[in-house]
Design a protein around this ligand. Structure first.
Ligand code: PAF
Length: 298
């Protein structure tokens, strides 16, 4: 047990919901010279999230603390999206995090994070204006404004030295890295690899929405990435041609509906005309109302 831990929380993970209490706790750790590792999540945790938590622990070591936030952030969902039905299971999440030895779980509510929002008294947002425009930003125009705003707020409350994000949300990770650099947050951002199911489907809380047939066909995203990777191993292709080929490829999964596929430079996120080894590929595919994303460096 850490020297500053309460003897009454031995058998469970400590949970804080209040923003001021969270910030005071973080400031006390800072004063004591304790390193803070942070994993922001929207809960309904799966093995992918847990790998981010392990990475955070690795970065801060046994003498540091690991904080996980669980907050389904309403500002990153458009009114037509799945905010209301986003899967939640706090009890199970806490059990998993306790097993991993997480020091603190931060679970604020909307009234804590966006006080007065309903009465238009909340009015400050963080907007990244370059990397957030394409792909997810084009398909979901208000999404990244919500992500950067909530992550900036969480950073100010948790005061992490290191924060870990998943590679599965490649564009999100790039946008956050840019925000951290532009706004001088003294935080090291770590991007951890995507965890996959046995058949290759990237782990995601939204996989839960898939019906049996959809789930079986959802592996097409991974197969598309793998096929593109194999194709560009020794040869380059025009992006336009590969996009056409990909549409054709997706017909193997009749329940799939392509939202977008992009080929781009992994550092700038600028689209490329010619796709070769090292190009980043990202795609978003609908199965019914469920929208899945995945990406890979080819
Ligand atoms: O990736 C997510 O789960 C969310 O976008 C994040 C980073 C927790 C912000 O709400």
């Amino acid at each position: 047990m850490r020297a500053d831990a309460s003897p009454f929380i031995l058998s469970t993970v400590k949970v804080i919901a209040n923003v001021n209490v969270m910030q005071s706790r973080a400031r006390a750790w800072k004063r004591a010279g304790i390193k803070i590792g942070f994993v922001p999540t929207m809960g309904f945790l799966h093995a992918g999230h847990l790998s981010l938590v392990r990475e955070a622990r690795k970065r801060v070591g046994k003498t540091g603390v690991v904080v996980v936030s669980i907050y389904v952030n309403p500002t990153q969902f458009a009114p037509t999206e799945d905010l209301a039905k986003y899967p939640r299971d706090l009890k199970h999440d806490l059990k998993l995090l306790r097993k991993l030895g997480v020091d603190l779980v931060f679970t604020p509510g909307d009234a804590e994070m966006y006080p007065g929002k309903m009465e238009n008294r909340y009015s400050t947002y963080v907007v990244e204006e370059t990397l957030s425009r394409s792909m997810e930003g084009a398909a979901r125009p208000t999404h990244f404004r919500g992500v950067t705003t909530v992550v900036a707020k969480l950073f100010n409350l948790v005061l992490p030295d290191v924060a870990v994000f998943g590679q599965k949300d490649f564009q999100q990770a790039a946008v956050i890295q840019r925000m951290v650099s532009d706004l001088n947050f003294p935080i090291r951002i770590i991007i951890a690899p995507t965890l996959r199911e046995r058949d290759g489907l990237a782990m995601s809380s939204r996989n839960k929405y898939l019906a049996v047939e959809q789930r079986a066909q959802a592996v097409i995203l991974f197969h598309a990435l793998s096929a593109a990777k194999a194709a560009v191993k020794n040869k380059s292709f025009s992006a336009a041609q590969l996009k056409k080929d990909l549409k054709e490829f997706l017909t193997a999964a009749p329940l799939a509906r392509l939202d977008y596929v992009e080929f781009f430079d992994p550092a700038t996120l600028a689209p490329v005309a010619q796709v070769k080894r090292g190009t980043q590929m990202a795609l978003a595919v609908y199965f019914g109302k469920t929208r899945l994303i995945d990406n890979a460096t080819l």
